[in-house]
Design a protein around this ligand. Structure first.
Ligand code: GLU
Length: 558
């Protein structure tokens, strides 16, 4: 440590009176059992919650909670220009909707936990203590800009400050500039400050980019990375840290053991490792996750971008996906053995699945809306009728007022509707999302009943009429299912339809049709559709009066 650099640190950071040791005391090692992981989700509150954001957060949450560790939320708001008002609360709410709950960190009611503050804008003084230390040790140095130079940069590009004088580029002019800036003396810095100039603080990189070092990423595997020769900005001109510096200081102090983040950060990893080293901190373990891809119109793989359908998490809620379905889909994308586990454990919570980073694909997964629907149908088929009713009502209340009114008028009736085909070993898989409820079960509600009378085309309308007339005479709600079906068979026979399918297949020309056609006529008349849940159960729920009403209406349409 030279006297000049110590004086320089004093000059640049007169406001900093604490030492790193004093700060460290406030962040003692966490008292956790062996193997417990400490992870975090560290979003920038920019207002948009990307589907991709659920990936690292789900991974981090699982790793922490299945190991008896801690999962916390850190708000990375050091870039005031990008911040969107209210974004933080919306983010917390959305994540909690998807079952992502934090043990510590920023929350809607202030902050929870003793490793905070968890909001980076409130940690300014802490970063400055470490920035001062690095300056005093000659590991960081200021680069000055006049106010005019600064304004010019900013007018061109908001992020210009961070990009300016990117000395990684190898033009001679820039190298000269870098050399000059790196050797700034205390006296020169003092003059610039007196002149009212502004400075950013850069790290003094010591790496040789021609040399590589080995690094084991928990998802990408063993990597060879170039040493860092880039004098990255660690404090911006407003005194706030860059992402790089804040990440290192915070993850150290907050005791993060595993950093799970997007692989766009992989190229900055050498800088981060160097910063950990300069500060004398042990780096956490890293898992870099590839972005989610989609197939575009031309069949090519593309990154799921902000504008793509399915990128904004809010879309899923609007479309009526239950959060459990989205989470289940994410689990299938995250771990290749999840689906097999699910088949063996249909009734377990997804949290019982032993999630493993080793089972993640290093090259990223593909977003497939059809697969989401499949997964979703499976999840909903395991829901109780009561849960379907609650979920559908909650969604309809916000997005389909008419449906909500119909569903909630008589909850017991609606729960009976949703109980058809539920329970048992092979539950029906009719719906993937709440906006399909209308098409699936709307016919149970008179105001939503919009029949389409597609009677079997080879049955003539006169016979349809006869079937309907006869059925109206014989329906008895007290019949059990086999008595009910026997009556339909008899009815079929009496009108010249085969009651035995085998017989019918052998000599179709001897019959007007089969009992299956008769049953279809009844189904279409009563439900207004050719596809519906079990007709016996449907009729039990509708009851004789409404069956008769519907039969009359269907005849009117002949
Ligand atoms: N704030 C960073 C981002 O929004 C977080 C990256 C990380 O998890 O370290 O991408």
């Amino acid at each position: 440590m030279s006297t000049d650099s110590v004086k320089l640190a004093e000059l640049l950071f007169p406001d900093v009176d604490k030492t790193p040791e004093q700060i460290e005391k406030a962040y003692p090692p966490r008292n956790l059992k062996e193997g417990a992981k400490v992870t975090r989700f560290a979003p920038s509150p920019t207002g948009f919650i990307h589907f991709g954001g659920l990936f690292p957060s789900t991974v981090s949450e699982r790793l922490a909670h299945q190991s008896g560790g801690v999962f916390y939320l850190r708000i990375e708001d050091t870039d005031a220009k990008r911040e969107v008002a209210g974004a933080k609360d919306a983010l917390i709410e959305t994540l909690s909707y998807y079952g992502i709950k934090f043990d510590e960190g920023a929350s809607e009611n202030g902050e929870v936990g003793s490793y905070g503050p968890y909001t980076q804008s409130l940690r300014r003084d802490i970063y400055r203590v470490y920035a001062k230390k690095l300056t005093a040790e000659g590991k960081a140095y200021p680069v000055f800009l006049t106010a005019e130079e600064y304004q010019k940069l900013n007018a061109v590009d908001k992020k210009a400050e961070l990009k300016a004088r990117d000395w990684h580029a190898d033009s001679d002019k820039q190298l000269q500039e870098q050399r000059a800036a790196r050797s700034i003396t205390y006296e020169q810095a003092k003059q610039r400050l007196e002149h009212g100039d502004i400075f950013v603080l850069r790290m003094r990189a010591t790496g040789d980019p021609d040399k590589k070092f080995k690094f084991n990423d928990l998802v990408k595997g063993l990597l060879e990375l170039p040493e860092n020769d880039r004098d990255e900005i660690i404090l911006k001109s407003d005194g706030m840290p860059s992402y790089h510096f804040a990440h290192v200081v915070d993850d150290h102090l907050m005791g993060t053991t595993h950093v799970i983040r997007g692989d766009e950060w992989l190229s900055s990893l050498p800088r981060h490792i160097m910063l950990f080293d300069m500060l004398g901190f042990k780096p956490p373990k890293y898992a870099h996750i590839s972005p989610i891809m989609r197939i575009d119109e031309n069949g090519n793989k593309k990154k799921l971008s902000k504008r793509d359908m399915g990128a904004n998490l809010e879309d899923y809620r609007k479309l009526g996906y239950a959060p459990e379905c989205v989470t289940e889909y994410i689990m299938t994308l995250l771990n290749s053995n999840y689906e097999e586990w699910r088949m063996q454990n249909p009734d377990k919570e997804y949290t019982s699945f032993p999630f493993s980073l080793k089972k993640m694909s290093p090259s990223g997964c593909l977003f497939d809306p059809d697969k989401l629907n499949d997964v979703s149908k499976n999840v909903l088929s395991r829901f109780s009728a009561d849960r379907i009713y609650q979920g559908a009502c909650e969604w309809a209340k916000e997005f389909d007022a008419e449906l909500f009114k119909a569903l909630s008028r008589d909850p017991e009736y609606s729960i009976a509707v949703f109980s058809i085909g539920r329970g048992g070993k092979k539950p029906r898989k009719d719906i993937a999302k709440w906006d399909e409820i209308r098409a699936y079960a709307g016919f149970f509600y008179d105001e939503l009943f919009e029949p389409k009378y597609d009677f079997p085309s080879d049955i003539n309308p006169e016979d349809v009429r006869k079937i309907l007339d006869s059925y109206a005479q014989i329906y008895d709600k007290a019949d059990d299912e086999s008595a009910w079906f026997d009556k339909i068979k008899k009815l079929a026979e009496s009108l010249g339809f085969a009651s035995d399918m085998k017989q019918y297949k052998q000599n179709p020309e001897q019959f007007k049709g089969s009992v299956a056609d008769v049953a279809m006529v009844l189904r279409v008349a009563v439900t207004g559709k050719t596809m519906s849940p079990d007709t016996y159960r449907v009729m039990q729920i509708l009851g004789p009066d409404r069956i008769n009403e519907r039969i009359t209406r269907a005849k009117g349409a002949l």
